[in-house]
Write a protein that binds this ligand. Structure first.
Ligand code: ZN
Length: 250
């Protein structure tokens, strides 16, 4: 089966539409979302409405979602992120607020684990180094582990031949084979990149496809109407920087 894996939508409806259209075209049978549905962009309700309607969806919340519903301190947010949290909080529909309130920042199923940032500190830790991957391994029972939060398409796994060395890969548009283990997959952390605010100097929306039979993970980059998204951010009165950064993918 194919899973559409995506994260960090951040209220960017044009990018989300490009990603969901692509998933539908290739016939995915399920969806995994690693959180941060809202924050930064101008379409929180429209994005949540689309995600909530997806069939066979496993979804968790991120730090921006938690801050929006008042469950995370805003002290660590920069001024732009904080402004977007307040803006979103005032506009979110009651139904979408209730939906976010029902999510956790970590989810374990029989076939995979989702954590927004990392398994040991789901809402806040950025999983960016080999040392962090190693430290987080004891916190996972079901692999693969899917994360978001850093907005970087990354893979962490042990190099062949043991657990001495961790491999870190920056994921581009090609299939990566996942480590197998008895009854499923071995330790591997996968970040599909960000749908709505990529930070790897590539402004195209990022998402990924997990093929459970072939045992592969492939990041896909999709162009979308960036000027339309920027125009909405400006019309909403959100900080100009949040529009500008979409041009550069950072
Ligand atoms: Zn994010």
């Amino acid at each position: 089966m194919l899973y559409g894996v995506f994260s960090d939508v951040h209220s960017n409806l044009e990018a989300l539409s490009a990603v969901l259209d692509y998933f539908e075209d290739i016939g995915v049978g399920g969806y995994l979302c690693c959180g941060d549905l809202v924050g930064y962009g101008a379409d929180p309700d429209a994005c949540l409405d689309r995600v909530r309607a997806l069939p066979n969806l496993s979804v968790i919340c991120g730090n921006h979602d938690l801050a929006t519903i008042g469950r995370l301190d805003l002290d660590w947010f920069n001024q732009y992120a904080r402004a977007a949290v307040y803006w979103t909080r005032e506009r979110l529909s009651p139904a979408n607020r209730t939906f976010l309130e029902g999510l956790t920042a970590r989810l374990e199923t029989a076939g995979f684990t989702l954590a927004h940032g990392s398994p040991r500190n789901p809402p806040e830790e950025y999983l960016l180094s080999a040392a962090q991957f190693r430290d987080n391994v004891p916190f996972v029972r079901r692999w693969p582990l899917f994360v978001g939060h850093s907005h970087m398409p990354l893979l962490f796994r042990f190099a062949a031949g043991g657990r001495d060395k961790v491999e870190t890969l920056f994921l581009e548009d090609r299939e990566e084979a996942l480590p197998r283990a008895e009854g499923g997959f071995g330790p591997v952390a996968l970040n599909p990149g960000s749908v709505g605010q990529p930070r790897d100097q590539d402004r195209r929306a990022a998402c990924a496809v997990w093929d459970t039979e072939k045992g592969t993970f492939r990041v896909c980059r999709l162009p979308y109407d960036v000027p339309a998204t920027q125009a909405k951010i400006r019309a909403a009165g959100l900080p100009e920087y949040l529009a500008l950064r979409l041009d550069y993918g950072q």
